[in-house]
Ligand binder design. Structure first.
Ligand code: GLN
Length: 537
């Protein structure tokens, strides 16, 4: 087995995760089995308890692990299946080491960062290697070289390279080469210093992926090569993508990144087959149709808060050869008088997941607008709860109907806490999480879209549809088209006399890939396109 470690230098937000994922795409299309893993040096056990302002989206896996959003990139760019083992935080490392200490496993020794913490990190790399039986494991180390928190991870991968043996490890350092306007030049000094820092620890990168806004000419490549002791051909230019992140694998391929990695690791494989990927890019850059989709949320200013939702909508576009213009709608803006006007002209409206009261009334208004104006609506988790509340209030005339998450004393708690949640007090990892089976009703739009009656989708919620109201909703024309197999939990709802009004308690966005667009998003964009082009003016 071969190991690739991706580190980052100079600044954060360089797209290290995307670079790692895009390399995964290329290696996979060379016929290799690829596994991916992320190390996060923070002390939280997982990002599930962090605010989107701190961390962006929390990405949920089949096994219910709440993980870093880079794992979303890994799953979207490759066919690898991830589990909770694939995202290791300092919090988990210390939790394990301290539990071991309490159990007396260290036999009277002084417990130290080296070797006990580093050994635990290495154990987790071997564990993923063992479980995945992949040809190549790509491990991304979060944070930036020089961070105190990241040191044990860098030390661990240095040691790991010795254990893995000659020719089995490849270090890639992703850095930033800033363009200094006043000088009119790209500058390599921060890269030099960052690599120096890495070498201080004992890691010499085989490859430098230089993020830059302007082309990296030969002279600059020579300079980086010389000062950083990296072969000139192994200095890779990674410019900002023009249209879409999915261009990245092709960009890396042009720079021969995958070929170089294979040479370092003595992997003999044919050149990657990327024709299908080129077709994806064609559809993104020059689609036959176009449509505008509104995403109504409260973290609209944050790029990363609805990452998987935005991506899945784009995938729905790819499936329909339809370019999507994402309109990020601030739910609080809609709450204002005549606020719904913002929604006019949209092909479709999506209300994604969320927690807390802020913006809720705006989302309810958006759902009402979509229902009344027959605009395609896709509700995701909270978006299903919102659709339920809206229908209760405005169609069934259940005044002040609400979710008990937002109003504990509502006279009509149409959304209420899951039974299993009633005694839960701890916050970390305690929601209803991960892949759960769902049975779709024969003849429902959902089952038509999925082309199947049993599906497995990922969850992350504490509240659910309140079954005490089920019959009344059904009588009023609200369809329950997906249920948990025991018939107890509502999973999908839809409206009959509407071209596309579907909402799920689960998060379909976590299972969509550019090369396998999710059926709900595919159907949503098709309906949005139809709505815009065929509605009477
Ligand atoms: N806040 C809601 C719940 O806990 C919805 C969660 C979500 O959208 N992920 O049920």
């Amino acid at each position: 087995m071969k190991f690739i470690f991706v580190t980052g230098g100079v600044v954060s937000s360089l797209g290290k995760g995307l670079t790692a994922a895009a390399l995964g795409t290329l290696l996979e299309n060379r016929g290799l089995k690829v596994a991916m893993q992320k190390f996060d040096p923070y002390l939280n056990v997982d990002p599930g308890t962090m605010s989107p302002y701190q961390h962006g989206e929390v990405y949920v896996l089949d096994d219910g692990a709440e993980t870093d959003l880079d794992l979303g990139h890994y799953e979207r760019f490759t066919n690898t299946k991830l589990s909770r083992l694939n995202n290791l935080t300092s919090g988990q490392v210390y939790q394990t080491v301290l539990n071991n200490e309490r159990e007396g496993i260290y036999l009277g020794k002084t417990v130290q960062v080296i070797p006990h913490v580093t050994d635990e990190i290495k154990r987790r790399i071997w564990l993923v290697a063992d479980q995945t039986k992949a040809d190549v494991l790509i491990t991304e180390i979060g944070g930036t070289t020089g961070d105190i928190e990241g040191l044990p991870f860098l030390e661990a991968i240095r040691e790991f390279a010795l254990e893995a043996g000659i020719g089995n490890t490849c270090f890639i350092h992703v850095t930033y080469v800033p363009f200094i306007k006043a000088a009119g030049e790209l500058k390599t000094k921060p890269t030099q210093q960052s690599v120096a820092k890495l070498r201080e620890i004992g890691i010499s990168p085989h490859l430098i992926a230089a993020r830059c806004e302007k082309p990296l000419d030969k002279e600059l490549r020579q300079k980086i090569s010389m000062f950083c002791s990296v072969a000139q051909e192994a200095v890779i230019e990674v410019k900002d993508v023009d249209h879409s992140i999915y261009e990245l694998p092709l960009m890396l391929q042009r720079e021969r990144a995958d070929e170089l990695v294979c040479r370092v690791l003595h992997l003999e494989t044919p050149a990657p087959k990327m024709a299908h990927w080129q077709e994806i890019i064609r559809k993104l850059i020059a689609p036959q149709h176009r449509v505008r989709i509104g995403v109504v949320g409260k973290y609209i200013g944050l790029q990363d808060a609805y990452k998987s939702v935005y991506e899945a909508i784009m995938h729905g576009g790819i499936a329909n050869d339809c370019g999507v213009e994402l309109v990020q709608v601030d739910a609080e803006e809609i709450e204002k008088k005549d606020g719904e006007k913002i929604l006019q002209g949209l092909g479709g409206i999506c209300v994604p997941g969320g927690f807390g009261e802020r913006g809720i009334e705006g989302k309810i208004k958006a759902a009402k607008f979509a229902r009344e104006n027959k605009v395609p609506y896709l509700g995701l988790c909270l978006g299903m709860q919102i659709a339920t509340i809206e229908f209760a209030r405005n169609v069934m005339k259940l005044e002040k109907a609400h979710s008990t998450e937002f109003d504990e004393n509502t006279p009509h708690p149409v959304i209420a806490l899951l039974d299993a949640q009633r005694k839960v007090t701890k916050k970390g990892g305690t929601m209803r999480l991960g892949a759960q089976p769902c049975q779709l009703t024969v003849g429902s739009k959902a089952s038509q879209l999925y082309g199947s009656f049993v599906i497995h989708e990922r969850h992350r919620h504490r509240f659910e549809f309140n079954n005490a109201y089920r019959e009344r909703f059904e009588k009023a024309g609200f369809t329950f088209s997906g249920m948990s197999p025991d018939g107890k939990l509502v999973e999908v709802i839809e409206l009959k006399d509407h071209p596309f009004y579907i909402a799920s308690q689960f998060h379909p966005e976590f299972l969509s890939k550019p090369h396998q667009p999710h059926p709900l998003f595919k159907g949503f964009i098709a309906a949005a396109h139809h709505h815009i082009h065929h509605k009477p003016i």
